[in-house]
Write a protein that binds this ligand. Structure first.
Ligand code: GLC
Length: 610
């Protein structure tokens, strides 16, 4: 079959729906232009990628296997530049990783980059990191080694240094129309009434006054990140083209950044509007037409009811994968309270969702931890109020609470709402940094156990576990960012420090905590890949342990059954479970009954029924 036929066939398959959605948002006359651009991007796609597309099309569940392990990292922090990453792929593979998320690496102005999330040129790699050719070469090598590469597509906004923004600033109406420009604060003022703030302290408000232009521009995130106006078909066409340029460099997974925000409407919160779903659905179809091997990962940092719609429906899917964000936040609530009740409830909610949904599970990422918890439930069941509870969590995790070794820092501490979010690496939040500082060996050993246990808990969940680079060797906070004026304002840099290759070497040294953590995670990944009970299709449910600090997660698939136990308390505890049969702890090899199981402080067990 000739190649063009593939494209035409796939286009024909989606044409009706694609055109229908397109015409709901845009005048019909642009549609054939869009199709022309899709075809051009298809033709330009290299043969090896088309081959990979075909392989994945014939195995559409390729990303749902239990041997998938992700890692996310900053190129510069890990290895300086893209060529450096390529040289270090053996380490990434040693970590068992086959899904690599490189944080934003496109051209972005230093000091006004929001960690790369303010893109000045979607067709250019940040010069200090390399070139588009380096990116294409890296993905090619990754594919040969069986690794997929994920990259952000920052579609909600551009940097103020983007050519469109510059031309808009110079007064060109055509380019102003790609953003939201206003002569006075009249309309912005109306938006502000219903549209919440993302960065209330580091970037208050949703608009920025441009002194030279004497106009307001919409800036939901930082003032230098100008929101794109997706009502304008040119924006949709050009941004779609930018996306396909990235997939043509061999990017396998597109993380659609801040996607709930891409459509704005007066009188609304400007979040999760129906048009957002139309656009995501169109992007899904466009990828299926041009590059069917590519996956969409939606970044929806919201409560479950708002996250799940981004999967779309079985007939009309949107994202392939989404972050399990509420579970992540609830994990840290559990770390701070030592009470698993809310986590159990949250896992129950996720476990009732269709097995086709793929969640990315993670402990930490480049962003802060926002306290998006189920406060109605906490209030009703635990008599906890939102604001004081957040204060408790923040106090505990910043080490202010007596007995806490955690070393987090606040993020966007908003005195008006009493809201503050939190930053820090897994190891520092688990108390390793504090314990080492004080030279308390016992506390350090407990912290190491805690780090291992949390990874064991992450790996027991269905979906793709994603390690935050550095966590596999217990990397501590980077306090140096305070001295860098370009970073000091944004405490997320606390957990964006350079990867320490010196410390990583210690993973080979007997008795080091690096080795203990590294080996443990690796071993759990191997077990996870070996046992079908970890497959996405497995039945998963939590069970009561009659100890507030102990979480029990059961999984079954065919004739395998796993009972996993996690102790969130700093003391030895007993899980008062009563499961039939004899079990073997996959980690220690011990045999035991599924009854009254002892767990050391912050200990865990993965019990497989014999
Ligand atoms: C996403 C990113 C975050 C960034 C924001 C704006 O939420 O994860 O780091 O600040 O988008 O692009």
């Amino acid at each position: 079959m000739s190649k063009a036929v593939d494209f035409e066939e796939r286009l024909a398959r989606h044409l009706d729906e694609l055109k229908w959605l397109y015409c709901e948002l845009y005048p019909e006359d642009g549609f054939s232009y869009l199709c022309g651009r899709l075809k051009a991007r298809y033709e330009e796609r290299r043969a090896s990628l088309k081959k990979l597309d075909a392989v994945r099309e014939s195995d559409p569940d390729w990303y749902k296997r239990n041997d998938m392990v992700g890692m996310m990292m900053y190129t510069e922090a890990f290895a300086g530049n893209l060529k450096g990453v390529e040289k270090r792929l053996s380490y990434i593979q040693e970590c068992g990783v086959n899904y690599l998320h490189l944080m934003p690496l496109l051209d972005s102005p230093e000091g006004k980059s929001d960690g790369g999330y303010a893109v000045a040129d979607f067709g250019k790699v940040r010069p200090d990191l390399g070139t588009m050719e380096d990116l294409a070469a890296l993905t090619e090598t990754c594919h040969k080694k069986g690794l997929s590469v994920c990259l952000d597509f920052v579609m909600n906004h551009t940097s103020e240094e983007h050519e469109w923004a510059k031309r808009a600033r110079a007064g060109e109406k055509e380019f102003q129309d790609r953003y939201f420009f206003f002569d006075s604060f009249e309309i912005p003022g109306q938006y502000e009434k219903t549209c919440p703030q993302v960065f209330p302290t580091t970037a208050p408000g949703n608009f920025t006054w441009l002194e030279d232009e004497k106009k307001f521009v919409m800036t939901t995130f930082y003032p230098y990140q100008w929101d794109l106006n997706y009502r304008n078909p040119v924006v949709f066409h050009d941004m779609t083209d930018c996306l396909l340029n990235l997939t043509n460099q061999g990017v396998d997974i597109i993380r659609i950044d801040a996607v709930p925000y891409i459509w704005k409407e007066l009188g609304t919160t400007c979040r999760n509007l129906p048009q957002v779903h139309s656009i995501v659905r169109m992007l899904r179809m466009i990828c299926e037409i041009v590059c069917p091997g590519v996956l969409l990962l939606g970044e929806v940092v919201m409560e479950p009811v708002k996250v799940v719609p981004y999967f779309g429906t079985v007939e009309k899917p949107e994202c392939h994968m989404l972050y399990n964000v509420t579970t992540m936040a609830t994990t840290w609530h559990t770390v701070a309270t030592g009470d698993v009740a809310l986590l159990k409830r949250q896992m129950d909610i996720v476990n009732t969702l269709p097995k086709e949904y793929v969640f990315l599970n993670y402990l930490r990422c480049h962003d802060d931890i926002g306290w998006g918890l189920d406060y109605d439930w906490l209030n009703k069941e635990k008599d906890m109020e939102e604001v004081p509870h957040k204060k408790y969590l923040n106090d505990y995790l910043t080490g202010k609470w007596p007995g806490s070794y955690a070393r987090g820092e606040l993020y966007n501490d908003d005195s008006a709402s009493g809201d503050a979010r939190l930053c820090g690496t897994t190891a520092s939040l688990c108390g390793l940094e504090g314990a080492l500082e004080e030279g308390n060996e016992e506390a350090a050993a407990r912290a190491v156990r805690f780090i291992k246990m949390l990874h064991g808990y992450m790996l027991v969940q269905s979906g793709i576990p994603v390690i935050y680079s550095g966590d596999e060797i217990g990397q501590l906070n980077d306090n140096e960012y305070h001295k860098d004026p370009k970073k000091a304002e944004d405490s997320r840099y606390l957990h964006r420090g350079s990867f320490s290759w010196e410390k990583a070497e210690l993973r080979k040294e007997e008795g080091s905590y690096q080795k203990e953590i590294f080996d443990c995670i690796r071993r759990m990944e191997v077990l996870r890949a070996m046992h079908p009970v970890f497959l996405n299709q497995a039945a998963v449910w939590t069970a009561d342990t009659y100890d507030a600090a102990v979480l029990c997660v059961n999984r079954t698939f065919e004739d395998e059954k796993l009972t996993a136990l996690f102790n969130f308390s700093g003391e030895e505890r007993t899980a008062w479970i009563n499961e039939d049969g004899m079990y073997v702890d996959l980690m220690s090899g011990e045999r035991m009954e599924g009854k009254e199981v002892q767990l050391p402080a912050y200990g865990m067990r993965w019990l497989l029924r014999e």
